[in-house]
Design a protein around this ligand. Structure first.
Ligand code: ADP
Ligand code: MG
Length: 560
């Protein structure tokens, strides 16, 4: 015992720490938000673990976060009686970059010019942000249920020391983080400063926070309660300000934009639950992660259970927030959760609510809706083939670029149908411009028939399975037999020939068709006269019942 090991930080951590130590970032106070959030996570993890192992908390059942300031020493400490970390966990968590948030920060940093200080506020850079204000940080931690406590210590320059902690310095359970404040950051040991930061960033952390400050005159320690740890979502709407919602959104999602939409309600009836959900106004960095995981959190009677319950379908994975159920058994296991009927009902309810709120917004505040559509439209469209049951609901939200304009709805499309038009025409392609250059559009343009310009990768998938909208089927303009003949051309200029001349044209075109057929016999299945062109002489089309050409391209790309 007593020996101390020195470990090097992973190279990426060193990079991050270098940035933290030399940060010229003006908003350094966010380090406290990060440490308080870690302390609260640790308490919630233990609260959850204690559901199946109550011995872990029996000596000290009340969770609490303590901020302890010592102006004379120039230290600020954050203490929690949460789950704590074992030696291996200290090495893993505070020496490597395991966390996607931090990694995303570094990736973004690599792209950005300058020192990256502007980026710090937009990411949860976590524990390492303590080095913005401290020239040494000690972490003393005891994993709940373990005998030994460990001390991690570093000045943030390349390495850290690890040793067994003495009983005097260690807590009975949980973690103590001691920041030895830099000379010009001593203000973070002032009660006034701490009180303000906690109020600004952490007032809805679901674990109570108290502050201990040294009272030099009385040679005593003053204790002050800063927050009571009540869950925001259990309060009634009228008691909550917009600012508080925003703070909770940022705290619970780890994102630092503003929520575009806040959905807060209590479902009553057969199953009872509270929902506080947010639609962000920016794309979260993991929106296109292959895992497509949502991050809404499930609570059962104020106890955090998991953020892995997929409370909304993957195509709504950008929604953040919490659901707190009154009815799910508290000690339910993750496996049991999978097909729990109460949870199934909750998922359905929350999904419908989010969609109906979006629909409401689209009617009431077009501009705001379009900014959400801009950020998440491609994701929402995944629902068109993944969730056929709600397809009609989704069709009310979807906006299209068409040959008539931007952000058109299907309802608008159908309203503007041409006489005798029975289908909704679409064109697939890599980009709007590429589609617009296609000769396939000519016949539609000549008839002023609107065409949906589908340029997102998901589009090729849902149009294959969608049955139609309002009784009109979807039809690709690059597929065979386009039934355009029934629709009258608007510009008649090509058609001012006499009947005799037309008949002559027909014969010579028929000759041409047989010539082309013979010549291309190995390459095409059919050659025919078409009304889809207006100025181009020929175009290649896909058979009516085969895969669309864009789809073919995609599939070839996936195999290759
Ligand atoms: P994040 O909170 O996003 O995971 P952090 O850098 O803030 O990233 O923390 C890294 C990890 O260190 C946490 O995921 C957690 O496992 C561990 N950790 C940090 N602080 C504590 C704490 N007070 N108690 C227990 N574990 C902690
Ligand atoms: Mg954290």
């Amino acid at each position: 015992k007593g020996g101390s090991e020195t470990h090097s930080f992973e190279a990426e951590v060193s990079r991050l720490l270098h940035l933290m130590v030399h940060a010229v970032y003006s908003n350094k106070e966010i380090f406290l938000r990060e440490l308080v959030s870690n302390a609260a996570d640790a308490c919630e993890k233990l609260r959850h673990e204690s559901l199946t192992n109550s011995d872990l908390v029996k000596d000290d059942p009340t969770f609490q976060i303590t901020l302890s300031a010592d102006g004379a020493d120039g230290t600020l400490s954050v203490l929690d009686n949460g789950i704590g970390m074992s030696k291996a966990e200290l090495i893993e968590n505070l020496g490597t970059i395991a966390k996607s948030g931090t990694r995303a920060f570094l990736d973004q940093l690599a792209k950005e010019e300058g020192d990256g200080s502007a980026l710090i506020g937009q990411f949860g850079i976590g524990f390492y942000s303590a080095f913005m204000v401290a020239d040494r940080v000690d972490v003393i931690s005891r994993r709940a249920g373990e005998a030994e406590a460990w001390k991690w210590s570093s000045n943030g320059e390349g390495a850290y020391e690890l040793s067994v902690a003495s009983e005097e310095e260690a807590l009975p359970r949980g973690t103590k983080i001691v920041m030895h404040l830099k000379d010009d950051e001593k203000t973070f040991a002032d009660a006034v400063t701490i009180r303000r930061i906690v109020r600004d960033y952490s007032s809805h952390v679901p674990v109570p926070i108290r502050m201990l400050t040294k009272n030099e005159e009385a040679d005593a320690i003053d204790e002050e309660k800063l927050t009571d740890g009540t869950a925001l979502w259990t309060k009634s709407k009228s008691e909550i300000t917009e600012e508080q919602y925003k703070e909770f959104y940022q705290y619970s999602s780890g994102q630092f934009d503003d929520p575009a939409v806040t959905i807060h309600y209590r479902a009553e009836g057969r199953t009872e639950y509270n929902v506080l959900a947010f639609i962000p106004d920016h794309k979260p960095f993991d929106l296109f992660d292959p895992s497509r995981k949502g991050r809404m959190k499930l609570y059962v009677r104020r106890v955090f259970i998991t953020d892995d319950a997929e409370l909304v379908p993957a195509y709504l994975r950008f929604v953040r927030g919490v659901v707190d159920s009154e009815d799910i058994p508290l000690n339910i296991s993750r496996e049991m959760l999978q097909d729990n009927p109460i949870l199934t009902a909750i998922k359905k309810g929350v999904t419908n609510k989010v969609l109906s709120e979006l629909e409401k917004l689209s009617r009431k505040d077009e501009e705001k809706f379009l900014s959400i559509w801009e950020a998440f439209g491609t994701v929402i469209k995944e629902g068109l083939y993944e969730d056929p049951e709600r397809r009609d609901q989704l069709f009310k939200l979807v906006r299209f670029n068409t040959t008539k304009g931007e952000n058109r709805t299907l309802a608008q499309y159908v309203e503007d149908l041409k006489e005798n038009q029975t289908s909704i025409y679409y064109a697939l392609g890599d980009s709007k411009d590429a589609i617009l250059a296609s000769p396939h559009l000519e016949g539609y343009e000549a008839r002023e028939v609107e065409v949906l310009l589908l340029a997102d990768a998901v589009d090729a998938f849902w149009v294959q399975t969608a049955l139609g909208f309002d009784g009109k089927s979807f039809k690709s303009i690059s597929q065979g037999g386009a039934d355009l003949d029934a629709i009258e051309k608007v510009a008649q200029d090509v058609d001012d020939k006499s009947d005799e001349e037309k008949a002559k044209d027909k014969t010579s075109v028929a000759d041409l068709v047989s010539f082309v057929k013979e010549t291309l016999i190995d390459d095409v299945s059919e050659v025919r006269i078409s009304s889809r062109l207006a100025t181009s002489p020929v175009c290649i089309v896909a058979p009516e019942y085969g895969p669309d050409r864009q789809m073919e391209k995609l599939m070839r790309g996936q195999q290759g």
